[in-house]
Design a protein around this ligand. Structure first.
Ligand SMILES: Cc1cc2nc3c(=O)[nH]c(=O)nc-3n(C[C@H](O)[C@H](O)[C@H](O)COP(=O)(O)OP(=O)(O)OC[C@H]3O[C@@H](n4cnc5c(N)ncnc54)[C@H](O)[C@@H]3O)c2cc1C
Length: 375
């Protein structure tokens, strides 16, 4: 193995997982993040089995399963509350792991930070990568604190807004998906085991509403809608109730649970997919810096985690680094592309519910089944 020290830029799921996976293989890792401190608030996530497989490989699965709520699948509903079909989530991480769990993002992040620190990863907060330079046997970084340092490898895990991406010669940029999303964490009843409801017609409300349990008593609710927050004078919590007004069954309970004090967040959903090389010399971009999708099959973080683990495995083998980077990229692109294509098709159907071929249940099931073989 020729890699001894690595700089990782960005401490989201991608950067922290890469840091842990490399540190476990005896690489000295320094991780910088532009945030002055980690955010302690945030929403829920659906974590599929293939993400759990990565958590198992990097040694944090017990902590993750303890914090998360395991589910076997979810129910697809019509907006009026009738059941459309059960969706059994395949075991994308192997039969020994749940097919899916719901968890709170800050809980997972805290587990990864603790693991990275326990392995000796040096974490420096409030620093950005300003520039880099490739040399034959190293790459040099200039950070926003003015330091210049030399590394065997620099991993750019800056997320979808990555400022370093264009400096790697990547010309693709993030693009609107045509969707916006509200997210909330709220109450649930024990018998509510996860569901997604589809509207009966375009009535100006949500394109879709769903929820994932994150504990015995709480769930994460998402409301998919148009990308612009309308200027209708409603406070956020009432706007979310308006969007959910025609969703019934479990969704009546969820709507009633949303109050003035519910923590809500709205954002426009963007996407990016870089099919060409992710690296230049000894600097490589991973995770959402090179592929981000509308979260319609809940595979965004899972694909980031797979990147991070597989990358660490490749570059710590004996061999030529350039060849390893190319082989890693060739192996990742088809798998990520399948997720991107399915997610974009679903995003299109969300906005055009009358599409004659629309069959979201089948596309979700097929996309997840394709991920059952290990990456
Ligand atoms: C609305 C929504 C819902 C989602 N739901 C799910 C879900 O249910 N399941 C799922 O699997 N995925 C989901 N995802 C996707 C998932 O959140 C992302 O795939 C994942 O968080 C991306 O991780 P990342 O580490 O690549 O990027 P990020 O999480 O964006 O992390 C990037 C980090 O880099 C830092 N940074 C950025 N630029 C610099 C710089 N120049 N210098 C230093 N630091 C920098 C940032 O501060 C940040 O900490 C969802 C995404 C969205 C938008």
């Amino acid at each position: 193995m020729s890699i001894r020290n690595v700089l990782i830029v960005g401490g989201g799921f991608t950067g922290l997982t890469a840091a842990i996976a490399l540190a476990r293989r005896s690489v000295a890792v320094t991780l910088v993040d532009r945030a002055k401190e980690w955010a302690r608030v945030g929403h829920g996530l659906t974590i599929q089995g293939n993400a759990l497989r990565v958590f198992k490989e990097i040694g944090v699965i017990d902590e993750v399963l303890e914090k998360g709520q395991s589910e076997q699948g979810l129910t697809l509903f019509f907006a009026d509350g009738r059941v459309m079909a059960p969706l059994h989530t395949p075991h994308t991480g192997g039969e020994d792991l749940p097919p899916t769990i719901g968890a709170l993002r800050p809980d997972l992040h805290e587990i990864l930070v603790a693991k990275a620190e326990s392995l000796g990863v040096e974490i420096r907060m409030g620093r950005e990568l300003v520039s880099f330079e490739n040399h034959e046997d190293s790459a040099t970084s200039v950070l926003s604190d003015g330091t210049t340092e030399s590394w065997d490898l620099i991993v750019v895990a800056e997320g979808i807004k990555s400022p370093t991406r264009p400096k790697l010669g990547i010309t693709e940029d993030r693009a609107p998906s045509g969707l916006g999303i509200w997210r909330a964490v709220t109450d649930r009843r024990p018998e509510m085991t996860g569901g997604i409801a589809f509207p009966l017609q375009d009535d100006g409300g949500a394109f879709k509403v769903g929820y994932t349990p994150v504990s015995d008593t709480q769930c994460y609710v998402f409301v998919l809608c148009r990308p612009e927050r309308p200027d209708n004078g409603l406070p956020d919590w009432q706007e979310v109730k308006r969007l959910m007004a025609n969703y019934h069954g479990d969704f009546d309970f969820l709507r009633e649970s949303i109050t003035e004090s519910t923590f809500l967040n709205f954002q426009e959903i963007e996407w990016i997919f870089v099919e060409g090389p992710w690296h230049r010399g000894r600097v490589i971009a991973l995770g959402e810096a090179v592929h981000a999708v509308p979260p319609l099959i809940a595979q965004g973080a899972a694909q980031c985690l797979e990147d991070a683990l597989l990358f660490a495995q490749y570059v710590t083998e004996d061999g030529d680094l350039e060849t390893q980077m190319r082989e890693f990229h060739s192996r990742r692109v088809p798998r990520v592309k399948g997720v991107v294509e399915a997610s974009l098709l679903l995003a299109d159907w969300e906005q055009n519910p009358g599409s004659p071929d629309a069959d979201p249940g089948r596309v979700m099931a097929d996309a997840l089944s394709a991920l059952v073989p290990a990456p």
